[in-house]
Design a protein around this ligand. Structure first.
Ligand code: 13P
Length: 243
């Protein structure tokens, strides 16, 4: 007899599967769901755009599946891979951009999570061949630092990681020419907040340009902000984590 999957059985199957994950893994799967919804609701990942990943431990990575709306994912949809990109579990295939994520994890042992999006204003800068590298706002200098533009590379190919590699060691946010934005950090909330901050900075740069051009910060003020950034990071790392 044909068995039909009802809404309820899908729900029960999901709950069963979720309860089979260790709690630390389930927590990270749920974080991927939560920040997938955030970037989607903010309009940073229209359609099936964007992908997110997080380190589970030194050898394992959880990543979003390819070809899915980041606003509609469930914890069980995430794909478990090793550091070489081999799929270890998951009902779907891993993001087509996994090579770019692996390049960041390989070159930056401090990075725990990565967010790739297509936020409209930052992506417009990337489409016009413009880096977000004008020192006109203290906030960006206090968080990600200025944002370079990596040369154009075909999505989902090794060209992408090759184009990013020169920038990965010294930057936490990179524009991908004619494509979008990549941010990473110490946790998913941290990587997500960098995405938000870069898109806000792009909006400010655009508005300042429309208003006749911003006044850049002086070198001495930039140097002071760099010191303030180190203090800010240190203070934020004390006490209970909010990133
Ligand atoms: P995936 O659906 O394979 O993650 O690709 C989306 C994307 O944004 C490609 O740049």
């Amino acid at each position: 007899m044909t068995q039909y999957l009802t809404h309820q059985t899908i729900h029960v199957d999901r709950a069963d599967l979720e309860s089979s994950f260790p709690s630390s893994e389930l927590d990270l799967r749920r974080q991927l769901v939560r920040f997938g919804r955030w970037v989607h609701r903010l309009g940073y990942t229209p359609g099936t755009a964007g992908n997110l990943s997080v380190r589970l431990d030194d050898h394992l990575i959880l990543a979003t599946p390819t070809g899915c709306s980041k606003g509609l994912l469930h914890a069980v949809d995430m794909v478990l891979i090793d550091n070489d990109g081999n799929k270890l579990s998951g009902t779907r295939n891993v993001t087509s951009e996994i090579g770019m994520h692996l390049a960041v994890y390989r070159m930056r042992p401090d990075v725990q999570a990565i967010v790739h999006t297509h936020p409209p204003i930052a992506t417009a800068f990337a489409a016009c061949g413009k880096a977000l590298d004008q020192p006109i706002c203290s906030e960006i200098l206090m968080t990600t630092g200025l944002v370079p533009l990596a040369p154009y590379a075909t999505t989902g190919t090794e060209e992408v990681s090759a184009s990013l590699e020169p920038f990965i060691p010294d930057h936490d946010a990179i524009l991908l020419a004619n494509h979008g934005l990549l941010t990473y950090g110490s946790s998913l909330p941290d990587a997500f907040m960098k995405t938000e901050t870069v898109e806000h900075f792009a909006q400010v740069c655009l508005s300042a340009h429309q208003l006749g051009g911003a006044s850049p910060l002086r070198d001495i003020d930039i140097a002071k902000l760099q010191q303030a950034r180190a203090r800010y990071k240190l203070n934020a790392s004390r006490g209970p984590s909010c990133r």
